[in-house]
Design a protein. Structure first.
Lengths: 672, 672
């Protein structure tokens, strides 16, 4: 096994395990820490400054030392010499983690990523968990008033805490008398919803934990939270092991259809993954897994049903009927999830056959139902879940974008993993590309790239890379409005090669040649047409001209550059200053539901009012879909682009061609 | 294995398996069927007439044929010839079961055993179970109104049955869509407490069952009931397998104290016995064990705690603190009881450390809390549970009678089983005994006894036999008021033999010699003194002179002859016409709780108002105890006895001595 270090970020309290050699910035991004970075980790913007802490953080089990970070790099020394890096600070993108570490993120390095509609962070979730701890000391038993210890406990809870509890779980009642004996008749109980005792400990107990899980088709991500303080004390993620039964949702449903009972195996592996995540997160936070008493889960409908052990076959074909579209609460043990023996699990409700509890999580995180403005929320995966509306009316739909945005069904496509191309620029003069891969901050046209990318290599292209390359190909006129690849008149043609009857664009020649084929462009066109058509359908039905804000949820949403989304027409007309990522809103929704019990009731009240639009049976969907296949006509795409550039392109060293455009692009704007 | 036959008694619907060769009367007694018998199965009283049915009872899976009963006996032929046995009727005590059988008990053969305070039979329990069945047909799913099948189900339950259910157990939600598909969208659901769906079946389902269990230290007895009709469809009982850990309660608690964790093993075996009982009862009734959805349990505190998996050690010493004195409801599966996967278990509440849920069952069965008269209820075992009171005030106590009344710690004592002496008469002139053993209706002084008792033998003496022999010894002056055995002046002395420093009475000489020793008499004296002292304490505290009615609960109570209880002073002064057995009132209480949900709430309201009297710390208990050691002085015990004789003594053939007394005794009276 790879060696790992524990990292704790302050003041957020986010922590986790990272492989040795990870940069502080990468660690921050992986753990969801709010650490700004504009230059993409190139050591230029100096936004990602952090302050390593020294000393024993025994509460967290971390011994943080100066030499647990790599030595100052040339870049850092340069900034120090120019007085731009002071007081022991390090550049997050340069400093690599070599051992356990506590890192402080200064106020000015915090990005304060803006959520649309309503900002939700760990700090402004009102901590009102589903369960509470109460410590009481029972009087000694009295033969003259022979009542049971359970009744005495109930009486003390009323006397000391004005809390009339209904009952106590039998598994915990068994522990009551031994606990009383052990701790001089003092016990702490966990009371679920102020009604039911679900845990009994001897003496005083002050902390108890919960797990918020975002169960995706590809990744399962867990946040371990202290249910008393609301703090996220650890995060952990893992691949969804169901992938071996089918890469995407439909292939997993097909697996069940072809292998009756196959759902049982998929249910089993995903639950085992939950157990592993819980153990890892608990270990990372230095707690026992039995201290986890509550769990919330968001997932798409098929993952949701499989997790609950419900055969998802009915979701595989019309009329796509859910078994349940309600919040489900049960014991973790019933699902073979091993936390505290009486731990509860709450799955957020699914909305419709194609719109899951993950979308419920997005709604809970962003609360479009409270907004005055028209908010469009888009979560792109194999399907795009689309929510549109405001406090007066909400709609939701799912549109079959296909897996292209996730890098699947693309000739050189792959998941967002080290070695995947994630950023692409094409010089409109020379048609030469430059790109960046995940795990290496250097652009490919930088002379140091060959050396610096040795470790990760160039293995393929991921979702955000595909969006960018297709948009850049269009901007460089390598493809026309209909998406056809062809030689560009008056431009050098070395990058455009004939591939049978069509042309391809050669993005990279190396160990693995990476070409963008005509089929790849078609796949992106189909996906973006589906997304556009679904969005347009909702806008039509809402009877509005324009949305006021757009939020991209999920991993794809946080990686893509919205200007390219605009170039390709993925998103409808909107003031681009009001377009941005809302982060992992589904996962945030799960955390809100975990920490704030009333929100579980709220989402249950919101969802039935959401109008479900089934794109498959809307006559206009097909029409809009075909119209949206072309790339939208802009009189001057460069001029359009100038308004919205949010990402500084890498300016190839010693090269000035295309400088004007580059300069315009590099004017960075942030969504308001 | 012994060969068995299925027997179904009508109109009660009671049924069960009995070994081939069992008489109809024995079968009726074993299954709790109301079939009168005055002569004790000697073929004399002709009260036990029954009418065998012929034909296929396919609903019950019984093919009942005439030759499934033994041929007419000489006794029966005699009664027929005198026109005292007509229309195909048989004597229950003569006809032996040779194959599956349906037997009708005519109205005039029904005993209508009278309960004191309030008569409770299967017929007058108002059937209001904890769960109800509802069958609905859901509309076809509609993509234009995409709601889940669970929500549709809830909507239909409201529309058709005005029943808003809260939720559905996950294990059953999994079955919903397959059930809908299987049966054209018709399903039947079981709804617990009008709130929670705990079972889902495809199509229509009309019957569902429950199990009422009386968990005793020695025996576990189950009644399987149809929860829709209230009918008892089968009964089953078995020995409590915990006996191998200790014969009585205290030895089982000691086992836990000496073997930490020993409670786990005892919990396991008793639950396995429950599972066996459930399977046997289900088989006997021709149903699946998964059709059992509810269960109620009564037990003494130690059995109750062990069944729930609670360490009973605190009940083994002062202050005898219960873990719980409340009704507990949980899933059968939590207790490893395998019925329907969502079947519920409800344990009735214990009252105090020595007064268990079995006493709660007795109260529920007899409802002294509704009586105007002062009612005394006594359940005798190793401890006697005593309840005294009326609608204004109720008290309960437990008194340490010791195991003598159950035949333990008696030199020739044994449990009530075939071969045990259960009835004894001593001729006051000759001091010669006659007795009857369980499993043989012939008295020992009958010339046919040697032959007829061959099968069962004479193996020992059980609880009711000990009471009778000691009382008869007193009446024959073999013992004096202080309980000392000695020769009787002017009477033949062959039966009274010196045994070291004391005398013994020789009850039987055979393969095993059965003597009543001085120690045996002492054990009975101690037991009856404890019972008397406990009763007197309650009467004192209640501030009354005399109780109005006395009811003996349990097996001991239904076997002993109250006149002997009076002779020995087991019970306080009372009009003996108002003293009687209340049958297995604890078991009846369990059945009431099973069939009538509101009664579970009622008992929960009654019990906290019961004043618990802890005999061990009552200063007067010891005083009363010592006073009660002697046998109460009656000027003429025979004259007293004449008022209360309820059992016809066997009149030894060809012998007239003592005939006067015998005649007086044979005047049978029944409690009013």
């Amino acid at each position: 096994m790879e060696e790992e270090a524990s990292v704790l970020f302050m003041p957020s309290g986010l922590r986790g395990q990272v492989p040795l050699g990870t940069t502080v910035l990468q660690a921050a991004q992986r753990l969801g820490v709010d650490l700004e970075s504009i230059c993409g980790g190139q050591g230029k913007c100096r936004k990602c400054q952090v302050l390593p802490q020294q000393g024993e953080f025994s509460k967290h089990g971390i011994s943080s030392r100066a030499d647990h970070l790599s030595e100052l790099t040339q870049t850092e020394l340069l900034h120090q010499s120019k007085n731009r890096l002071k007081d022991g600070r390090r550049l997050g993108c340069n400093a690599r983690i070599l051992g356990d570490l506590v890192v402080d993120v200064p106020e000015e390095s915090q990005q304060h990523k803006q959520h649309i509609a309503k900002a939700v962070t760990a700090y402004d979730i009102q901590v009102q968990p589903a369960l509470h701890l109460f410590t009481v000391t029972l009087p000694e038993p009295d033969m003259h008033a022979p009542i049971s210890d359970k009744r005495r406990l109930q009486q003390e809870l009323v006397r000391e805490h004005e809390l009339p509890v209904m009952d106590c779980e039998m598994s915990q009642l068994r522990l009551l008398q031994p606990a009383l004996e052990k701790a001089g008749r003092q016990v702490t109980v966990a009371v679920y919803q102020f009604q039911q005792i679900i845990a009994v400990w001897p003496g005083e107990k002050k902390e108890v934990y919960g797990l918020a899980v975002d169960l995706g088709s590809t990744t399962i991500a867990a946040q371990l939270c202290n249910l008393i303080t609301g703090e996220v004390v650890a995060t952990a993620d893992t691949m969804n092991p169901q992938i071996r039964f089918g890469e995407d949702l439909m292939s997993r449903v097909s697996y069940v259809m072809m292998n009756p009972g196959g759902d049982v195996a998929m249910t089993q592996v995903v639950r085992e993954a939950f157990n592993q995540l819980a153990r890892r997160a608990a270990k990372s936070a230095g707690i026992q897994v039995e201290e986890i008493l509550d769990m919330t889960v968001v997932a798409n409908p098929i993952m949701h049903h499989l997790f609950l052990g419900i055969d998802p076959t009915p979701l595989g074909g019309a009329p796509f009927t859910l078994a349940t579209d309600q919040t489900q609460v049960m014991r973790a043990a019933e699902l073979d999830i091993h936390l505290h023996p009486e731990a509860r699990v709450c799955t957020l409700p699914c909305i419709a056959g194609h719109i899951g509890a993950d979308t419920a999580g997005v709604i809970l995180s962003e609360r479009p139902d409270l907004a005055e403005e028209y908010v469009l929320l888009v979560d792109v995966g194999t399907n795009a879940e689309i929510v549109l509306g405001n406090r007066h009316r909400l709609m939701a739909a799912s549109s079959p974008t296909g897996p292209a945005f996730e890098g699947a069904q693309i000739s050189a496509g792959q998941r967002a993993a080290p070695g995947a191309i994630e950023r692409v620029r094409i010089d409109p003069e020379t048609l030469e590309p430059s790109f960046r891969v995940i795990g290496c901050e250097t652009w490919s046209n930088d002379p140091e790239f060959a050396e610096k990318s040795t470790k990760v290599g160039v293995s393929g292209i991921c979702g955000s890379g595909i969006i960018e390359v297709v948009a850049e190909m269009y901007l460089a006129r390598v493809i026309d409005r209909d998406g056809v690849i062809g030689p560009v008149e008056g431009k050098p043609g070395a990058r455009i090669v004939q591939d049978g009857r069509t042309y391809s664009y050669v993005l990279h020649e190396g160990e693995r040649s990476i070409r963008i084929t005509q089929n790849d462009v078609r796949a992106i066109q189909l996906g973006k047409a589906a997304l556009h058509a679904g969005t347009r359908l909702l806008i039509d039905r809402m009877g509005i001209e324009k949305v006021d804000r757009i939020g991209f949820a999920g991993a794809f949403g946080s990686h893509i550059d919205v200007k390219y989304a605009m170039v390709l027409g993925l998103i409808p007309d909107c003031n681009l200053e009001k377009v941005g990522s809302v982060g992992n809103a589904a996962g945030t929704g799960a955390r809100i539901a975990l920490l704030n019990f009333p929100s579980r009731l709220e989402i249950g009240e919101i969802l039935p009012k959401v109008e479900k639009v089934e794109t498959a049976i809307e006559p206009k969907f097909q029409e809009y879909f075909i119209e949206a296949m072309a790339i939208p006509h802009k009189t001057d795409p460069y001029a359009e682009l100038a308004k919205v550039v949010t990402f500084p392109a890498h300016k190839p060293k010693g090269k000035s061609a295309g400088g004007d455009e580059r300069k315009r692009r590099s004017r960075r704007r942030r969504p308001a």
